[in-house]
Write a protein that binds this ligand. Structure first.
Ligand code: FPP
Length: 236
């Protein structure tokens, strides 16, 4: 079983369009798929589930859709936080808090604070998240340390830069799943994806369920992970 599964939840709009429904209906059904997936991940014994909920680039969408996504996040935390807490889920948030409405920041903080001591599934919500922004921020933090004389530039290593990312204690994803058939990372976990297996699933996110998650994990398990080394026991 992979320890850390990350998901790009794509295709809500196409799911809705195919049914003649407004895009927001796709996002609403997307939240239901998220609930199913959190439950399935817990049952399957996965340690960390990271979901791409709102990207730094999603601000370019029409204001009404941005409003819908913010409203869904508010409702998700208000409605589901107690149940997540009861299920021993620990919620972590990665992304920029700056630029978010104050009440959203407070809700995100509340979710992290309430569940901090939980020991079951860690649900990492990437919200207002962009990987290049995350890496640039780590570079800024290192630059400050160098400027203040606390660090020598020559000592900057991949490990040190990695330790300045949003959630350095969380292991890299073993597998990144993207739904809807699109095959790209779209600025998601670029640093952490160095050795992740990528699994592209041809269904839209609102149709994702436990069977789809198990199918993606089966595909991951068929892959051979070498981390730049050689195949074990072949002598080649
Ligand atoms: C991609 O579908 C999905 C998103 C941009 C947001 C994902 C959001 C949810 C699943 C619901 C919100 C959940 C929380 C916790 C806020 P798309 O709109 O890009 O679909 P398309 O490519 O078919 O248009």
């Amino acid at each position: 079983m992979p320890r850390h599964v990350a998901i790009i939840m794509d295709g809500n709009g196409r799911w809705a369009a195919a049914r003649g429904l407004p895009r927001v209906e796709g996002h609403r059904r997307g939240v239901e798929a998220l609930r199913r997936t959190v439950r399935a991940a817990t049952e399957l014994g996965i340690s960390v589930l990271t979901i791409f909920s709102f990207s730094s680039e999603n601000w370019s969408r029409p204001p009404s859709e941005i409003g819908d996504l913010m409203a869904l996040l508010r409702r998700f935390i208000r409605k589901d936080l107690a149940e997540l807490h009861e299920s021993n889920v620990r919620v972590r948030i990665v992304g920029e808090r700056e630029g978010l409405e104050r009440d959203i920041c407070l809700l995100l903080q509340e979710a992290e604070d309430l569940t901090r001591g939980n020991t079951g599934l860690t649900l990492v919500v990437a919200f207002n998240y962009g990987a290049r922004q995350e890496i640039a921020r780590a570079a800024q933090l290192l630059a400050i340390e160098v400027a203040e004389g606390r660090l020598s530039a020559a000592d900057i290593s991949p490990e040190l830069l990695g330790s300045h990312l949003h959630a350095p204690d969380i292991p890299d994803p073993d597998v990144i799943i993207r739904t809807s058939g699109e095959q790209r990372l779209s600025n998601f976990l670029l640093w952490q994806a160095a050795y992740s297996e990528l699994v592209f699933v041809p269904i839209n996110w609102p149709d994702f369920d436990r069977a789809a998650l198990e199918g993606a994990i089966a595909e991951y398990r068929r892959r051979e992970r070498r981390f730049g080394g050689l195949v074990a026991n072949t002598g080649s």
